[in-house]
Design a protein around this ligand. Structure first.
Ligand SMILES: Nc1ncnc2c1ncn2[C@@H]1O[C@H](COP(=O)(O)OP(=O)(O)OP(=O)(O)O)[C@@H](O)[C@H]1O
Length: 628
């Protein structure tokens, strides 16, 4: 930091950007952006945020500077001089705020993320930029030096001028500024001079900022149309306009999948316009707690009170974007009051009902849309089954499953399953694993396939936590086909003659001795058709997929013991019985038994090391290829 003199009146202080900031600026200016025009969107968005804050603070702050000043954004351009000025009457910044906001990167991890984008040679287009909290710096795409003059709305505040060429340093000096707010000015680079043309500014504002809540003037002309779309009735809404509005508020580049206007009068009065995005942002699915920070915007009598209001929707619905505007809260509510207000609780309850009804009617009337929605957000709404007990029944009806009877891309509901299952089937069966393909190959399915009994195939990782908790549907218990206590007594066709008891029991006994503590028991199977052995869980044991998921969360969790079931009609088992009666000490027997067990483990992804498995396999191949 060094001090220069400024005509002898007030010192100009020079500051260095933090190292991280320098790299970031370099990335922004030199490689990442494809649409320099978005600098204008970012500046307008900052001005609009600053105005929203002022409007909000004005509700309680009697001392605020320039209370009567119009809330507006004013742009001035000079095409000949290639200059640009944008001015707002927002909250402005104190000196500390200037340093904190325009000298550092707000969000941690931003730089790393941007660098990785660069390494992947991805371009940071306008759709991504808003998410990084670096919007202001996009201005360095179109200019070489920026001047920010600002004065905070706090009473007794002082004006400051911030200036930077985006090259590692910036300066700050005190100035006289008559009114609160911020004025940003610069001269365009030669290659960006188009942005000093009136038609271009107008075009960009219409494209990105049409729904900004404050008037945007270019000279005398207002460029945007401020309309509270959510105040209109359904038949006054045009899809095109609504879609544009969605993109604006949700920062999405795609149209929404669907939207729902809501108007409620009675115990509480509110209007809402809600949107289903087409896709779930990946972080929403995989980062725990991400949903917590989302929510629609809360307005009170058309004044924005909170941007991502968490209290309007239960967590499992917070992927829904939109606006809720009520008259039943006072304008000067604090965040704490919003949170605990009975009005909010009522709004949340009504909205949740409306939204679930919306999903239900999508499912009935627009099944393709519903499918897209379910694919994107199914894993999220399932969380509701364990958290929203009031709406559990409705959520259960929304569930969709792949099954042994659905073709790829089609799904079955519990209702359909229950209606089409045979009269003598008493239980609803499911099988959980990592993919439909892997599930279909599992020996535990053999009996069900042979008997034509439908089995739900659960491959969404969330399923093991929520589906078993349903317990029953339409009085029919839901049951994992891995359980040992399933009735397999019905058979379709003549089963091969089982091996005699005196031959079978030594086989089972030797299996038990060989596998020892590794299994809970070894028993004769009634479910297998083509495979020699399979693993199942005891009556009270965990489903294997469930166990795997729990282990991922708690590595010290002891592995539950499984039961090995043996298909006594299978040639391998018969051969083993023969070998045992000829010579029980033949080493091939133990090798084969271990191999069968580990093969079954392998199939369900439970084999931790393949070393023994492979060396045994070679041993067996060697024995099989021995010339006789
Ligand atoms: N016109 C303005 N009036 C008051 N404060 C401003 C103004 N412009 C920027 N700021 C302050 O500077 C900060 C940094 O702005 P920047 O655009 O870089 O990021 P952001 O607005 O926080 O995030 P994003 O770009 O994602 O909206 C803002 O958060 C705000 O506090």
């Amino acid at each position: 930091m060094s001090n220069n003199s400024n005509n002898g009146t007030s010192p100009v202080q020079e500051f260095e950007y933090k190292a991280e900031m320098k790299q970031l600026l370099d990335l922004i200016v030199h490689s990442l952006y494809t649409h320099p025009e978005i600098y204008l969107r970012e500046l307008i968005s900052n001005a609009s945020d600053a105005l929203s804050k002022v409007r909000f603070n004005a509700l309680t702050d009697q001392e605020m500077l320039d209370k009567e000043v119009d809330l507006a954004i004013r742009i001035t351009i000079d095409p000949k001089e290639m200059t640009f000025v944008i001015e707002d009457s927002g909250v402005g910044m104190t000196e500390e705020e200037l340093i904190a906001n325009l000298g550092t990167v707000a969000k941690s991890g931003t730089l790393g993320f941007m660098q990785s984008l660069k390494e992947q040679q991805k371009q940071l287009d306008g759709n991504l930029i808003g998410q990084f909290g670096v919007g202001f710096y996009s201005v360095f795409m179109v200019t070489e030096e920026v001047t920010v003059e600002t004065r905070s709305s706090h009473p007794g505040s002082q004006g400051f001028r911030w200036r930077s060429g985006g090259q590692g340093t910036y300066t700050i000096e005190k100035i006289d500024k008559a009114e609160r707010g911020t004025k940003i000015s610069f001269k365009f680079k030669e290659e960006s001079k188009e942005f000093a043309e009136e038609y271009r500014v107008e075009q960009i504002v219409k494209k990105y900022s049409n729904f900004v809540d404050f008037p945007i003037y270019l000279g005398e002309k207002q460029l945007n149309s401020i309309t509270a779309l959510w105040q209109r009735s359904k038949n006054e809404l045009k899809d095109e306009e609504v879609n544009e509005f969605y993109k604006f508020i949700a920062n999405d580049y795609q149209d929404p999948l669907d939207y729902l206007p809501v108007s409620v009068e009675g115990m509480v009065t509110f209007k809402a316009l809600l949107f289903l995005p087409k896709e779930a942002p990946p972080e929403m699915l995989y980062r725990q707690g991400e949903l917590e920070n989302h929510g629609p915007q809360l307005y009170v009598k058309k004044v924005l009170i909170q941007n991502e209001c968490r209290d309007l929707l239960p967590e499992y619905l917070r992927f829904i974007a939109g606006v809720v505007d009520t008259e039943d809260l006072s304008l000067n509510v604090s965040r704490e009051v919003v949170q605990s207000s009975p009005v909010m609780a009522k709004i949340r309850q009504i909205l949740t009902g409306k939204i679930l009804g919306w999903f239900e009617s999508l499912a009935k009337e627009q099944p393709e849309k519903f499918k897209t929605f379910y694919k994107a957000f199914g894993p999220i709404i399932k969380i509701g089954l364990n958290t929203d007990f009031t709406n559990r029944e409705k959520l259960i009806e929304l569930l969709r499953f792949e099954s042994t009877k659905t073709v790829d891309g089609e799904y079955v509901t519990l209702k359909e399953y229950s209606e089409r299952m045979g009269a003598d089937q008493k239980e609803i069966y499911y099988h959980s694993g990592t993919s439909k393909g892997q599930l279909l190959a599992h020996p535990n399915l053999e009996y069900f396939q042979e008997m034509g009994i439908e089995v739900l195939l659960l491959s969404d990782p969330v399923d093991v936590f929520v589906i078993p908790s349903i317990h029953e549907y339409d009085k029919k218990p839901l049951k994992s086909i891995e359980k040992a206590d399933i009735d397999f007594s019905k058979k379709n066709k003549e089963t091969p003659e089982p091996i005699a008891e005196n031959l079978l029991s030594p086989v089972l006994q030797l299996f038990r001795e060989t596998l020892g503590e590794g299994v809970e028991d070894v028993i004769e199977s009634h479910r297998l058709v083509n495979s020699p052995v399979t693993l199942v869980s005891g009556k009270d044991g965990l489903d294997s997929q469930m166990e795997k998921m729990m282990k991922m969360m708690r590595s010290d969790m002891p592995a539950g013991k499984r039961i090995l079931e043996v298909n006594t009609a299978h040639p391998i088992i018969r051969n083993l019985a023969g070998l045992i009666s000829a010579d029980p000490s033949n080493p091939l027997i133990v090798t084969a038994m271990k191999q069968l067990y580990e093969g079954a483990l392998f199939l369900e992804g439970g084999l931790d090391s393949t070393t023994g498995f492979l060396s045994r396999m070679n041993e067996l191949i060697e024995a099989a290829t021995l010339s006789r």
